[in-house]
Design a binder for this molecule. Sequence first.
Ligand code: EPZ
Length: 424
Amino acid sequence: MDKLRMVGGTPLKGEVVIAGAKNAALPILCACLLTDQPVVLRNVPDLQDVRTMLKLLQEIGVTIHFPDASDRSHLILNAAVIKSSEATYEMVKTMRASILVLGPLLARMHSAKVSLPGGCAIGARPVDQHIKGLKAMGASIKITSGYIQAETKPPNDRLKGASIVTDMITVTGTENLLMAATLASGTTILENAAREPEVGDLAELLVKMGAKISGIGSDRLVIEGVEKLHGAEHTVIPDRIEAGTFLCAVAAAGGEVLVKYCRPDTLDAVIAKLKEAGLQMEVGPDWINASMQTRPKAVSFRTSEYPAFPTDMQAQLMAVNAVAGGSSTITETIFENRFMHVQELNRLGADIAIEGNTAIAQGVEKLSGAIVMATDLRASASLVIAGLAAQGETQVDRIYHLDRGYDRMEHKLTLLGAKIERIK
Ligand code: EPZ
């Protein structure tokens, strides 16, 4: 298993280019299943989770072509021939987002067999809302031996439009139902829909493919089903979580960094909190110049659905709070077990206690390097940020977690002057 080894204490300097958003690319790759014509994508991030999704789509029958072999961000997907409507346990257990083939396969092929995603490190993460919504659209769904077996009713008929209110706001639940609704007969209303920018990016592509969607960006999506969708071209939105992660790295390690090709307008809550922490930011249309010359101030926050502070940034801002002046409370309201980075941060000398779904951090002057273990994607990013701020050498084990959602983070940090290397 690869490790990252770093020596902290060096302020970051230079420019970092943000890649396309993982959580937009994953549903967008699945959207190609909705048409038999080619879909051309640009700015697709080269990540483990994207490679996993491409493998799953190929098993289903999608052909994938990279027009320029050296540019993995530009690809053409063609789902003209669907060989199998099944996402096996082996595939789904490595990546829960595989559930996103369920809606498109059901809509296009009128049947789908997708393994139930197991739990994951950060929580149970059931998919009951995905199933509830598809049933409302006329699908018959059975759960047998760990698989979701879905068929339209009567068999081979189209899904039917329905009014659906999800019990809670679910990002991939909204995306699965949105994709299914585009080919249903009649109109679907999705109330309590997720408003994350990645949902909007998917909706923009679907509209380019001929889908009729209104309310994009709001919590009420209205989709008028059509018979067929056609091909389209789309550039994936920049990754707001990668951008936010680098902003937190500057806030914790100090220095001055120009974050390029990002979308500051999707980062309002994160920018507001980092400003409160004392990070100086000059914000342009697609860039943020961030500078930190002092010790950060502790900032309390709670995670919530977009546009509030994102749960995917909780671990990273906690790493900033670990070295900030003052104490802070961090409340995680989305997932029930997303504090596994706390014990690892405390191994680096942080002083963070957990009480239920709230962590209380007393900022310390200095963290000191140690060997720590990544437990999930954003926890890994938190440990890298803490390691950059710590005195001495830190080693982060199991960084396959990091590789799922960040494209060669150590390479980008090296360009910013960080002393960091990957150990195979
Ligand atoms: C998406 O996960 C993201 N993943 C997650 O990012 C992100 O943390 C999460 O949304 C919240 O923003 C992708 O987009 C691929 P949810 P998702 O359905 O869709 C409960 C990362 O680090 N729920 O919005 O799985 C669920 O348990 C990853 O990039 C149900 O109970 O999250 C959770 O408590 C981690 N039943 C809450 O809702 C359901 O049917 C929100 O989950 C669906 C969800």
